[in-house]
Design a protein around this ligand. Structure first.
Ligand code: AMP
Ligand code: MG
Length: 493
């Protein structure tokens, strides 16, 4: 790096908002930082030259020991509904926004350190992160990105050389996370609870500048922003549903205005399909089960709408009426997004009224037959002709149920006609071969944590970066053996 040049060109805007939006806080120092991984491709996208410094210098930077010039570390204030209960003050308790950069495409992105020490919002927490959850977020967020699903990204992972104590002593780590922004429904709730309308207006304007600049200056800005967030979240949750992803903690503080997936705690991809599937150890009632996600998104958006009421109309009744009217559109927005995903998965290029029922019938048969979600859909393009159906039908306890469904599906494809090569290409892009299967993720984490061996993590990551290709090692595509099955996931906080 030439003298005088900085490794990261910060251009901060959140730090210019009033001081009540955050708490300024330097990161805690780590005794022996070590770079586990720097995401070179993402760094380049952010205008950061990964070769500008040695690994040790990057480790110092991302551990928070050497604050780069231009960084203005702060913990963002937010509130949130956690499992339905409103907590008026949460905030970044173990994360710091270092600052923002404008990437090579002209998009403003946050760089955040997660696990960088206590903040005024830490409550009883230690402000730290353990290596396992850091690697888990790295793997799953990068897998989501490769699947084409909006998500925060992993820029780097470092170990701190300091233990953290959960149920046991674990290696400490920091994740450098990149997001379109870290503005959540909970950020709006924080100010709504305090009846701080001035802050709410500023937050609406800031969010619009970042995510919907074309809305700047529109008269009904708050309502227009709400509609955009609804559209983004409808597409996001539909995309999750299309890959069998279960977020696990869809609290309003983990629900981003950017429409990106945020906060990879106890999230999981399912193997065998079931709409009621839950993995999170803390989700006792299944509030965030796979099949509930669209409804929860709707609920979270209604909480966002509530915070905006004073900005929607000065007459409270009129404000409520207009907000309700806007929110009422979510189920159909979601259904449209969901059907776009399902049509691509089924290779349908046109629309027919029976398509939703056709998709639902397959899912119901899959649930009855404990069919693997990913492999059933990956096998569908072969099943366009009956003699290529084995890969899909073999996923069913009773393959006849697949055959019966496939007859109706083939009749639908025949009515549509069209170019078979184009259909197969669409299906190949909509139906991944590889997802971050829980047992593979756990195996990679366990080896890294217990033996400081990052080989399995690196190998899994490289396969997950190309989810639509068949990997050389077939073990990455296979469902877990009975002894490998993971039933519970933990947020590890
Ligand atoms: P999460 O479940 O990760 O969305 O976190 C919910 C809230 O708990 C946020 O305010 C976090 O900042 C806070 N939190 C989680 N883990 C810790 C920790 N180890 N130390 C301090 N705060 C934490
Ligand atoms: Mg969170």
């Amino acid at each position: 790096m030439p003298p005088g040049q900085q490794p990261i060109s910060f251009d901060n805007s959140y730090a210019r908002l009033p001081e009540r939006f955050f708490a300024r806080q330097p990161p805690a120092a780590a005794p022996r930082p070590r770079l586990v991984r720097l995401n070179a491709a993402l760094a380049q996208e952010l205008g950061i030259d990964p070769g500008a410094m040695e690994a040790d210098a990057w480790a110092e930077l991302f551990a928070g020991n050497a604050l780069p010039e231009g960084a203005e570390p702060l913990a963002m204030a937010y509130a949130g509904h956690q499992f339905g209960n409103l907590v008026p003050q949460l905030g970044d308790g173990r994360a710091l926004l270092l600052g923002e950069v404008v990437d090579i495409h002209g998009h403003r992105r946050d760089i955040q350190l997660k696990g960088s020490g206590r903040t005024p919002f830490s409550r009883m927490g230690d402000g730290r992160a353990a290596l396992g959850p850091v690697l888990r977020e790295y793997l799953v967020s990068e897998a989501m990105h490769a699947l084409g699903i909006p998500t925060t990204r992993a820029l780097a992972a470092v170990t701190t050389g300091e233990p953290v104590f959960r149920e046991e002593r674990l290696p400490g780590a920091v994740l450098a996370r990149v997001a379109g922004s870290h503005i959540r429904v909970g950020t709006f709730q924080f100010f709504a609870i305090r009846r701080d309308e001035e802050a709410l207006s500023l937050l609406v304007a800031h969010t619009i500048t970042r995510h919907d600049p074309d809305l700047a200056g529109t008269p009904d800005a708050a309502l227009a922003l709400l509609r955009r967030v609804m559209e983004r979240q409808a597409r996001l949750v539909a995309a999750w549903m299309g890959v069998g992803f279960i977020h696990g903690v869809m609290n309003t503080d983990n629900f981003a205005l950017s429409g990106e997936t945020i906060d990879y705690g106890p999230c999981a991809f399912m193997d065998a399909y079931h709409p009621g599937r839950v993995f999170s150890s803390i989700d006792h009632q299944g509030r965030y089960a796979y099949g509930n996600q669209p409804r929860i998104a709707n609920w979270n958006l209604a909480r966002l709408a509530e915070t905006l009421l004073p900005l929607i109309d000065t007459d409270p009744d009129r404000a409520l009426e207009r907000a309700n009217e806007a929110i009422a559109a979510f189920p159909s927005l979601y259904e449209q997004a969901h059907m776009a995903v399902m049509r691509a998965k089924l290779g349908l290029m046109t629309e027919e009224p029976g398509d939703a029922a056709l998709a639902e019938a397959l899912l119901e048969a899959m649930a009855r037959n404990e069919a693997d979600f990913t492999l059933t859909f990956a096998g569908l393009s072969g099943a366009i002709s009956p003699d290529g159906a084995e890969a899909a039908r073999a996923r069913f306890v009773n393959p006849r149920e697949f055959d019966t469904w496939a007859e109706g599906w083939r009749a639908r494809l025949a009515r549509e006609g069209g170019d078979e090569a184009a259909r197969r290409a669409t299906m190949a892009r909509a139906n991944p071969q590889v997802i971050p299967r829980n047992h593979k993720v756990e195996e990679a984490l366990a080896t890294a944590v217990s033996q400081e061996d990052f080989g399995p993590f690196e190998r899994l990551l490289s396969v997950l970066e190309r989810p639509f290709d068949s990997p050389e090692d077939p073990s990455f595509t296979q469902p877990p053996a009975a002894s490998e099955r993971v039933f519970r996931t933990f947020c590890g906080t």
